[in-house]
Design a protein around this ligand. Structure first.
Ligand SMILES: NC(=O)c1ccc[n+]([C@@H]2O[C@H](COP(=O)([O-])OP(=O)(O)OC[C@H]3O[C@@H](n4cnc5c(N)ncnc54)[C@H](OP(=O)(O)O)[C@@H]3O)[C@@H](O)[C@H]2O)c1
Length: 419
């Protein structure tokens, strides 16, 4: 049966987001759900069995379907589905940040070649309309910075550590029990999820298609209450901040790092599972968007917004992309020589590698708890980060105005050694 508007949607996935979209569509009678493709034949469903198919081709080859929503948890299969839809010149909405960020060049080329449309607002910060804002509103205006808290699971954990004094493992267990974190939380707490999102933001805000290994990334897995209380003593909170920033030499600085944020920053007030994104535009100045970055209905709402926009003919223009004469995307120059001020704590100080620190102050209560404040070039930190991570180090960025002496005072320790 056709809906009033005569449009039909095929949905892939009926998990958290797929069910959220289905719920949202109940309030919107102008679109009929054709069928839903899932994987597990044994799973109990809230809809009758004739609503489902287990064969993606039954949706992809159904000419009565006007557009698709790809909301599955398998990035490889998701790529096959999106590819096939775009090669057929169809419209598809996806929430899969990993798949899209890792294959963006190909997915843009497929749209250009076959005339199809791919929208993916839900993939970045759930209900926050950041991509549409960057595309449609800031398509022409130069941006200086887009940064924020892009991962709700890690923000929930950091908030619990800070506000309730929970241990990392207690906070993670709570986040998992409430469905804010996966059974395997690596993508979230390791900063990979935020990396996928900042990559997509960088494409729309700065025209930069980047490889994940070019981005400085550290997660929150090794945070301890000692780091949290130190930040508190400095008047700050630790947040996992992803940022893309153009510096004075017009080079892009990209990173996902635990960062000390102070009350002067909007990010200080982003709590629990919420996300927040701040924009700095050349003429408009500063703006800040905050909202639910994940969850069934908030994410379903973002997919619905894309579905509505796509039905009205909306496409991303990638207005900041620049092409050379051979119509190949010009690479954006990334900054590697800038200096970062870093706080580091490791339980294996004896294994810390020799790094080309520009400034270094190390301290700590005993051999099991080495702490340091140091300044290092981005390229050196990128190069040595894997070795540092092997020492189970917790690493956070400090604003330049915070001095090593302030950190040591905040830690309640006596300076042991300075270099
Ligand atoms: N959860 C969020 O808040 C959120 C927010 C933003 C973006 N996303 C993204 O949205 C996507 C879906 O996430 P989710 O949280 O909804 O996942 P989920 O709850 O684990 O559900 C995944 C769904 O995908 C189906 N599926 C998995 N592999 C499949 C395959 N090969 N063929 C057909 N169906 C398959 C599963 O089928 P069965 O039901 O048969 O198992 C299930 O219905 C992911 O890309 C995720 O990164 C999620």
């Amino acid at each position: 049966m056709k809906s009033k508007s005569g449009k039909r949607i095929g949905i892939f996935g009926f998990g958290c987001v797929g069910q959220g979209l289905h719920d949202v569509l109940q309030d919107n009678p102008h679109l009929e759900v054709a069928r839903i493709c899932v994987r597990d034949r044994e799973k109990l469903r809230t809809l009758p069995s004739h609503s489902f198919t287990y064969n993606p081709q039954e949706l992809l080859q159904d000419e009565s379907i006007d557009l698709f929503a790809e909301l599955i948890s398998d990035p490889k299969e998701a790529l096959q589905i999106v590819r096939q839809a775009l090669e057929a010149g169809k419209t598809i909405i996806s929430a899969n940040k990993k798949m899209i960020s890792e294959n963006l060049t190909e997915l843009v080329a497929l749209q250009q070649e076959f005339g199809g449309t791919l929208l993916y607002e839900a993939a970045v910060c759930g209900s926050i309309p950041i991509l549409r804002t960057l595309e449609a509103y800031y398509g022409n205006e130069p941006l200086q910075e887009v940064s924020g808290i892009l991962n709700g699971s890690s923000n929930y954990i950091l908030t619990k550590l800070d506000a309730e004094g929970l241990s990392y493992n207690e906070a993670l267990a709570q986040a998992q029990a409430l469905g804010f974190a996966e059974a395997d939380p690596t993508l979230d707490v390791g900063g990979y999820d935020a990396l996928h999102k900042i990559s997509l933001i960088a494409a729309h805000a700065f025209g930069a298609v980047i490889k994940p290994e070019q981005v400085l990334r550290a997660g929150i897995q090794h945070i301890a209450s000692r780091d949290v209380t130190l930040a508190q003593a400095l008047g700050a909170r630790i947040r996992l901040v992803a940022s893309a920033r153009l510096n004075k030499s017009n080079k892009l600085q990209l990173q996902v790092l635990p960062t000390l944020v102070f009350p002067s920053s909007e990010l200080y007030y982003v709590e629990a599972e919420f996300n927040g994104v701040q924009l700095q535009a050349r003429y408009a100045g500063d703006q800040f968007l905050k909202g639910r970055g994940a969850g069934s209905h908030p994410t379903g709402s973002a997919v619905w917004a894309d579905v509505s926009a796509a039905l009205a003919g909306y496409k991303y223009n990638y207005p900041k992309f620049k092409y050379n004469d051979e119509e190949q995307l010009k690479p954006v120059v990334l900054e590697e020589d800038d200096e970062l001020k870093i706080y580091l704590r490791t339980t294996m100080p004896e294994l810390l590698p020799e790094l080309p620190w520009l400034e270094l102050t190390s301290f700590g209560v005993d051999a099991r708890a080495g702490q340091l404040v140091g300044t290092i070039r981005r390229k050196d930190l990128l190069l040595h980060l894997p070795a540092l991570k092997q020492t189970i180090a917790f690493i956070a960025q400090l604003p330049v105005h915070v001095t090593a002496e302030q950190v040591i005072n905040a830690s309640g320790l006596v300076l042991e050694e300075a270099a």
